[in-house]
Every structure is written in C-alpha cells, then in structure tokens.
Ligand binder design. Structure first.
Ligand SMILES: Cc1ncc(COP(=O)(O)O)c(C=O)c1O
Length: 374
C-alpha cells in the first residue's frame, strides 16, 4: 500500500505513539487537586506552553479543542454571537468547516455572508476584499474575514500578512484556518494581525480528535461549549490529556524536522510534477498546486485531459492497485458530491496526491506507472 492522502490525514509518528502509550497510565482528571490530578494537569499545561512557544503566542491563547472543525465553528459562530459581527467575508474555496458555518449563519439571518471572487487558479481577489472592507467600515457594519492559510485541495497559500494588515486597517476581525500550514510552515502569531485560527493534530502525524484554537487574548469570544469551565472557562469538558500530549509531541517533532521535511517534500513534489507532465501529456495541475514555490509542498492536484474516459474513475482504479489518493477533499468523505473547490475554479474531476515525510520518489514513480496503465 502506498499512501498519498496526507492532506486528509497522516499516520501516527512512532515517537508520538510511544508517548501516547506512556501517557495512558496517567489517568487523573486534570481538574482534581490531588497528586494524580496534578500529574495530568502538569502534562496538559506543559503541552500548552510548548505549543505556544513554537507559534509566538501566550499559553492562554491556545485552547484545546476536538480538532480543526470545532475551532473553525467557534471562531465564526462566536464572532457573530459575541462580537457583534454582522458580515462574514470568506471564499468559495474554504473548507466546509468554515463555508457551511458561514452559510448556516446567513441562513439563520444572523449575518450576511459574502464570498470573495477567486480566479481560475483559486486565489482570492484581495482588491475585492479591500473594497468590501472599506464599504463595511463606511456602513458601520462589523466584519469577520475568514480565509484559509493553505488550501487542503489545491494547495493555494494566502498572503496572510497582507490580509491581516487589511483587516487591521479597516477594523475587521480576522480568522484563518491554518489546519494545513501549522506544523508545516513556521508560524509566528505575534507577527500576524490575526484574531483566531484553527489547528488539527492529525494533519502532522498526531492523533485524531484533538486540535487547538488560537484565540487572541481579550478577544471577547465567549465559550462555545459550556460546562465545568475547563480551559480557563473557554472550553468545557474534561481535557483529552492523551490527545493533547500526543499533539504537543507531534507539533514539536514537526518543528524540529520542518526544514528537512520541507526540502524532502519539495523535491518529491518537483519530481511528481516532472514525471506526470512527461508521462501524461495534457495533464493539468489544479489551483496553485503546480507552482512549486507558491503552494503547499504537500499537495499536487491534477486533472486528466478533457474527454479521457478514465477521468472520474482514477481514485477507484488506483485504490485497486494499492494507492491511497483522494478525488478531491476526503474531509467530507461519504458524500458522492464532487469537490466544491474544483467547482469554484472551473475544474472538473481532480486527483489529489498529498505527501508526508514518509513518501519516497520510488512511490511516486510507481504511482505514475500505475496511472499510465489505468
Ligand atoms: C483546511 C482544513 N480545515 C479543517 C479541517 C477539519 O479538521 P478536523 O478534521 O480536525 O476537524 C480539515 C481537515 O479535515 C482541513 O483540511
């Protein structure tokens, strides 16, 4: 089996697995004041500090959640409920954890959701964004901008500093889903005009069902989940100690290996683009994914030439041959609907290959050979 679906999820790092097994024995409730509870509390708070120190924020700005989806939901719903936001500016290429929330809030009449135009490459029109921000400021409407940092399907990268500066200039709140970029690129929250962000551990060889929300200090966001006031009152529920410690370990390892991993996967991606271009004449690279220096180094998204009878059957055919790839976004798997991202940029069926540090050029070569035969 060859696994090329790392944007959907990654395998557990063996070092993370070892830590998880170790932590299984720390069964205390972090809220308990006795020794067993204090042991668990120490693990949780050490993890929080370690993560915060790697992304340039204070530990209090890291709030553990069940993953990226919860962090995204919290930012959007919280901004409307607690911060007086009445307009959300987002884009049609966002993950559904943002897009469906923004649509739902609009459907409930709680805010006006506007989608930025994207070009055929999938880049958001920042000129439109500035005009919208200007208009909203003139109307006195409070705005949340929600634009993802790295697109999970087509690899586009948002100029996040530029967008942050625009939001600051016009007094808008800024949320960026960074599920595909945190632990893959260096991120320093202190240098970004960013209010909220989302992270998910299973995208960087950590466990599933754990992530964090970055919530800038004194943002005014109220809790999304109420109960026993864990996470300093921001997110109730007994902490997922195992997940939190596993995520911190995976986060640390990813930062230690970031430069080497980046170089490895960049070379792998260059090789993939080169091999596909020669082996499959007419192959198209969707979004920014064919642009080696300006996209996620983990993602390549291709379409076969129009009229190819195998278009649409590729993931199935490759699966039979032992290759795990994705037809679009596996994040909403089970749905037979095509990718809303490819639709937004006018591409048909896509085939997404997404890499991890464990992939090799031999695997790429085997995939290209398999693609030629199917
Ligand atoms: C960009 C992006 N945002 C959000 C999510 C959701 O994260 P989670 O699976 O942790 O809920 C994913 C993937 O699943 C993603 O790729």
């Amino acid at each position: 089996m060859v696994y090329f679906d790392n944007a959907a999820t990654t395998s557990l790092d063996p070092e993370v697995k070892a830590v998880l097994i170790d932590v299984l024995d720390t069964f205390g409730n972090p809220s308990s004041t006795h020794a067993e509870g204090r042991k668990a509390r120490a693990l949780v708070e050490t993890a929080r500090k370690e993560i915060a120190s790697l992304v340039g924020c204070t530990p209090g700005e890291i709030i553990f959640t069940s993953g990226g989806t919860e962090a995204d939901n919290w930012a959007l719903k919280g901004a409307v409920r607690d911060l007086g936001v009445r307009r959300i500016l987002t884009s049609p290429v966002e993950h559904h954890a943002v897009l469906h929330v923004a649509e739902e809030l609009a459907a409930q009449g709680l805010c006006d959701t506007r989608l930025a135009p994207v070009d055929s490459r999938g880049d958001v029109n920042l000129h439109w964004l500035e005009q919208e921000l200007q208009a909203a400021q003139a109307e006195g409407v409070s705005v949340l901008v929600s634009l993802m940092h790295g697109n999970n399907e087509i690899g586009n990268l948002l100029p996040i500093k530029e967008v942050g500066a625009l939001c600051k200039k016009y007094g808008a709140w800024f949320h960026s889903d960074m599920v595909q970029t945190l632990a893959h690129f260096p991120v320093d929250f202190s240098q970004l005009s960013l209010d909220f962000s989302a992270c998910s551990a299973h995208k960087f060889h950590g466990p599933k069902g754990i992530g964090f929300a970055y919530v800038k200090a004194n943002s005014g966001l109220h809790p999304f989940i109420h109960g026993g006031s864990q996470e300093r009152g921001h997110r109730s529920g007994t902490e997922n100690v195992l997940g939190i410690v596993g995520m911190a370990k995976a986060f640390k390892l990813s930062h230690e290996r970031m430069e080497a991993d980046h170089q490895h996967m960049r070379a792998l991606k260059a090789h993939t683009i080169e091999r596909l271009t020669t082996a499959l004449p007419g192959v198209a690279f969707n979004g920014a994914s064919g642009d080696l220096d300006n996209s996620l180094y983990t993602v390549v998204n291709i379409s076969l030439p129009e009229g190819d009878p195998n278009r649409g059957m590729l993931t199935f055919a490759l699966d039979i041959k032992g290759f795990c790839v994705s037809g679009g976004s596996a994040c909403s798997s089970g749905s037979s609907k095509g990718s809303h991202v490819l639709e937004a940029i006018g591409s048909g069926d896509g085939l997404r290959l997404s890499f991890s540090r464990y992939n090799t050029t031999d695997e790429v070569d085997a995939l290209v050979d398999a693609l030629k035969t199917v």
